[in-house]
Write a protein that binds this ligand. Structure first.
Ligand SMILES: Nc1ncnc2c1ncn2[C@@H]1O[C@H](COP(=O)(O)OP(=O)(O)OP(=O)(O)O)[C@@H](O)[C@H]1O
Length: 638
């Protein structure tokens, strides 16, 4: 496919080389811009399909500053940079580029990156259109069906969640020319679980005699408005509702837009705990569903005739929906609910998913959930751990081998790709895959075909690949240990499992389940409960080994202390590892340093190796060494 490319590069010779390479491959270069201003103009004038964007431009201008504009314009972009500086790469990554090229750019890499970016773009469009269709069908069912209002309100927030992510949402009918408003709010309390909160209840949260009168109405903007970071801080200075949501539920960002129902307007506001949650792309989703939303709110408005005079308090958990957590995945913390949303979004698409997260955070479980929720669920789910296989065996494990292909190959054998045919292949610890094999894997991902080791017949395979790693893959790429092209091929839909220390709200529910499972596994023992003190200790601990560490600890407790209530004294191993009580007053860096020191002490100062601190912390040894240096941790402290 021929592309229409804009080059943003201030080094004339390099820009010209790129132009020649692209034109030789049959692509069209619509312009070369050497400043951000020129680039903006060229985008509006030529509407390119791709922008090749230099990161460091003259006069300290940063190509990354153009990213937001390009995203708003729906134009894909690939960075070109001579720098592999981690800080710059991190800034670049946050802008979600479609690709990244390191100077000097080789023809092969440039064309390959355009190809990968295009296929990623197409797959994202596929996810988006699948989501749009599903939202449209669900909203239409609510509009055309004869469900009572309570049932409509029970289903509505779950459908909206796949339009715009939120922790809290509200809708408000506004009657022009009057002060009359009718509103309802929904607090997310679980996966597809919401609590309905009436206006009276919100008022009562403010305190006696106070009510949530808007100081100035939010702009009734049909196109919508986004309030992240500072914009949200200004909003909470002005508006009682947003201030209340911030104080009460930790809300830090907002997206709102307005729908016209003829004589009445309805204002929809979505709120999130993450301060930078909302992006321009989130505005296009409700805009696309505007017709269905208008029909839905017309129906709600008619059904909700008693609402204007409703004065009684209304805080109710809405009826539980049919959708449950994916099997075995416990937790309702906001960080974990985001993972469940991602799993649901991506499960029934063909795209590759790169599952990131520290060791023991549940990456394999997430991969299994994606498979179970996909249309491949009745086909095989095959796991390959790239770290545990000897390098010389991985190739034949993955691709199979012919009889006599190597010493010991006494029979022809199918590889894991063929065994997973029709289903899903989970490549765990992909960061450990040897470089020569990465090239072969890339070929299979691209061509969907392979050859057995020692054979020359081409075998077609239909396999969805999910990969996981606890390594920082960008760092591996920067240090030449992981192929950039494979990284981008796998990184179509990245998903990060939060460490347990960032979802401590889930510890009680995880403990309860693990206590029950361990007691049953150990021969139907009575299930003990945790005392409040024991739970406090468990929630204060940092869990470097994450959920696996918690699971193992609970098993040890069940074996060791055969009594109905587990107390503080039953957790000696944690009491010794706890951070000092002053932790609450420490800065994030101090906490990080204290945690690293504690782990280093446990490992007698050893950083690398299987029993080294890096392995426990789920970091690459070189990353840990640079953090030790950055945090000023001295050898004698260890
Ligand atoms: N959300 C969860 N609810 C309940 N159990 C969980 C959850 N997540 C993980 N676990 C359990 O924690 C253990 C570790 O999970 P898993 O093996 O999926 O982690 P991982 O990130 O793949 O680990 P590694 O990086 O070491 O391969 C498993 O026993 C799994 O069942």
């Amino acid at each position: 496919m021929k592309e229409h490319v804009l080059i943003v590069e201030d080094e004339y010779i390099l820009a010209n080389d790129l132009r020649l390479l692209l034109e030789q491959a049959g692509h069209k270069v619509c312009a070369i811009a050497d400043t951000l201003e020129d680039a903006r103009e060229a985008v509006l004038k030529y509407r390119p399909s791709w922008v090749l964007l230099d990161i460091l431009l003259q006069d300290n201008a940063m190509g990354t500053d153009l990213a937001r504009f390009l995203t708003e314009q729906g134009v894909g972009f690939i960075y070109i940079s001579a720098s592999t500086d981690q800080h710059i790469l991190e800034i670049a990554k946050q802008t979600q580029p479609d690709g990244f090229l390191v100077k000097p750019v080789r023809e092969r890499d440039l064309l390959m990156m355009l190809d990968i970016a295009r296929s990623k773009h197409i797959q994202h469009q596929e996810i988006a259109s699948q989501r749009k269709l599903s939202v449209h069908n669900q909203l239409q069912q609510l509009v055309d069906g004869d469900l009572p209002l309570e049932q409509i309100l029970a289903r509505m927030p779950g459908i909206f969640q796949s339009l715009v992510p939120f922790d809290f949402m509200c809708y408000e009918f506004l009657y022009p020319g009057t002060h009359l408003t009718k509103s309802k709010s929904f607090l997310r309390i679980g996966f597809h679980e919401y609590q309905l909160i009436g206006k009276e209840e919100l008022n009562s949260m403010l305190g006696k005699g106070r009510s949530l009168q808007r100081q100035s109405m939010l702009p009734r903007n049909v196109a919508g408005d986004i309030y992240n970071h500072a914009a949200f801080s200004h909003l909470i200075e002005r508006e009682g509702l947003e201030r209340l949501l911030h104080q009460r539920f930790g809300i830090n960002s907002c997206l709102q837009f307005c729908l016209s129902l003829g004589k009445i307007n309805v204002q929809l506001a979505f709120y999130h705990k993450q301060p930078d949650m909302y992006k321009p792309m989130h505005l296009s989703l409700p805009a696309d569903a505007q017709k269905d939303l208008t029909a839905l709110f017309n129906k709600i408005q008619l059904a909700d005739s008693s609402f204007a005079v409703c004065t009684k308090k209304q805080v109710a958990p809405l009826p539980k929906p049919a959708q449950q957590h994916p099997e075995g995945m416990l937790g309702n913390s906001p960080a974990f609910l985001r993972v469940l949303d991602d799993i649901e979004t991506v499960a029934n698409t063909p795209v590759s998913v790169l599952i990131l997260g520290e060791s023991g955070t549940g990456k394999e479980l997430a991969a299994r959930s994606i498979h179970q929720l996909s249309s491949r669920q009745h086909q095989p789910f095959v796991v390959v751990n790239c770290a545990t296989l000897p390098a010389e065996l991985i190739e034949s494990e993955l691709f199979g081998h012919e009889k006599g292909a190597f010493t010991g190959a006494i029979d022809k054998r199918m590889g894991k790709f063929e065994l997973a045919n029709g289903g899903t292949l989970f490549l765990d610890e992909i960061g450990e895959m040897p470089l020569p094999l990465q090239a072969k894997l890339l070929r299979v991902l691209q061509e969907r075909e392979l050859e057995h080791v020692g054979g020359n017949k081409v075998v077609k395979v239909d396999v969805r690949v999910l990969a996981a790693t606890n390594k920082h893959l960008e760092e591996e790429v920067a240090e030449g240990r992981f192929r950039l092209d494979l990284f981008f091929r796998l990184n179509v839909f990245p998903m990060t499992l939060p460490p347990l220390r960032d979802r401590k709200e889930d510890i009680p529910i995880l403990c309860k389940a693990f206590l029950e499972q361990s007691a049953a596994r150990l021969g139907s023992l009575p299930v003990p409960v945790l005392s409040a003190e024991a739970l406090c200790i468990l929630q204060a601990y940092e869990w470097p080994g994450n959920i696996r560490e918690l699971e193992n600890l609970i098993e040890r407790i069940v074996i060791r202390c055969r009594k109905p209530v587990v107390g503080k004294a039953d957790l000696p191993e944690l009491k010794n590892k706890m951070l000092p009580d002053t932790a609450a007053d420490q800065t994030l860096s101090q906490k990080e340093a204290a945690h690293i020191i504690a782990v280093l002490r446990k490992c007698n100062g050893r950083v690398s190796g299987p029993r080294g601190a890096a392995a426990i912390l789920g970091l690459h040894p070189s990353t840990l060494s640079s953090r030790i240096k950055k945090l000023g941790i001295k050898k004698k402290i260890m």
